[in-house]
Write a protein that binds this ligand. Structure first.
Ligand SMILES: C[S@@+](CC[C@H](N)C(=O)[O-])C[C@H]1O[C@@H](n2cnc3c(N)ncnc32)[C@H](O)[C@@H]1O
Length: 339
């Protein structure tokens, strides 16, 4: 049995040294090393020559990736592990490359923690990032990479009886809309987002087999109307966490206005418990949002239910989503009363 000193020391070391595990992986994805290895460039010489990288440095990196379990090594050549083949090779349907490249970009925002503790604000807000041409495609695809499973689960859990028109506010990669039209055969969805995001979304969904039931509305949800009595269902998925409470209350009221009587508003997000110290993923997301958006935050189910009731919704319920994931989320659903 471990002594309490060893337990405490190990816990400390694990947290402090976590960056030494994540940085090599993020940089490997920056160069798409796992995809190159899958295509046969499986030695430091072959990889280094193709990518213009130093052979010795690459060898040290590949050995570290093997120690982390992403590669195995035999006679100086490397092979992808099962996990790497599933998530880190670009030809896999479960490829997470865009998400990892986005994490590498946000590393810079996290390096500003000392600065933000003094000023309370990041140097660059999410909108500043979105306006950078290089950022948006990876950011949008990154959201799509991690949304596939929760989107399927949310689509499964919602009742689609009589629902023919939905609005996906701040749709990102459109993964939730895509899962909804897969699930509900009579449904069409309007995907609303900023023009720069929607450009990427259209590309991602252009070959979707139900693409005719998806339409796109470029708009700023802060300044433009979301519609008036048009929709059976409106979705705010992972949008409220990028905004402050005042903006969210306005956004919820606008979304309610866009609903038909009897329509439902679904807020889907990562939710913290009442004292905001857990679960671990949303609590750390709160810090990420401070560093990355300046105005975003994580909220409780009580917050969401309160905003919904203040905007006139009734029959508010919450449901857990993607329970098997290390990062489960929650959907809070409210109904617009009929007159
Ligand atoms: C965290 S992402 C969520 C994307 C998607 N709903 C999901 O759950 O994966 C937030 C989205 O809000 C969009 N967004 C941010 N500010 C916006 C604004 N003022 N008007 C419209 N969309 C905005 C971003 O472009 C991004 O796609």
């Amino acid at each position: 049995m471990l002594t309490s000193y060893a337990l405490d020391f190990n816990k400390l070391a694990e947290v402090v040294l976590a960056y030494r595990s994540s940085k090599p992986l993020l940089v490997a994805l920056h160069y798409d090393l796992f995809s190159h290895i899958a295509r046969g460039k499986d030695t430091p010489s072959l990889l280094g020559r193709g990518l213009g990288l130093d052979r010795r440095a690459l060898t040290v990196l590949l050995d570290a990736l093997a120690a982390l379990g992403f590669l195995s090594k035999s006679n100086g050549a490397y092979r992808n592990s099962r996990l790497a083949s599933r998530f880190l090779v670009d030809s896999s349907p479960d490829y997470m490359g865009s998400n990892l490249r986005y994490q590498e970009l946000t590393w810079d925002a996290w390096s500003d923690l000392r600065f933000v503790l003094k000023t309370g604000k990041p140097r660059r807000t999410l909108l500043d990032w979105i306006q950078q041409g290089f950022f948006t495609p990876d950011y949008v695809k990154a959201m799509g990479d991690v949304a596939r499973e929760p989107a399927r689960d949310l689509a499964r859990r919602l009742d689609w009886t009589g629902v023919t028109r939905a609005l996906d506010i701040g749709c990102g990669a459109g993964t939730y809309s895509a899962a909804f039209v897969e699930r509900a055969p009579r449904l069409s969805v309007v995907l609303l987002d900023l023009p720069s995001t929607l450009k990427v979304t259209r590309g991602l969904l252009k070959a979707h087999r139900h693409g005719r039931r998806l339409s796109f509305r470029p708009a700023d949800y802060l300044t433009e109307s979301l519609g008036d009595g048009e929709f059976d269902l409106a979705l705010l998925s992972n949008v409220t966490h990028v905004e402050d409470e005042k903006t969210n209350r306005r956004l919820v009221a606008k979304a309610v206005r866009a609903l038909k009587p009897g329509g439902r508003l679904v807020i889907h997000d990562f939710v913290v418990n009442e004292d905001r110290t857990g679960p671990r993923f949303p609590a750390l997301l709160g810090l990420h949002l401070l560093l990355f958006t300046g105005k975003g935050a994580v909220y409780t189910v009580k917050d969401y239910a309160g905003w919904m009731r203040a905007a006139g919704l009734g029959r508010v319920v919450s449901m857990p989503i993607a329970r098997q994931s290390l990062h489960p989320s929650t959907a809070v659903v409210g109904v617009k009363p009929r007159p």
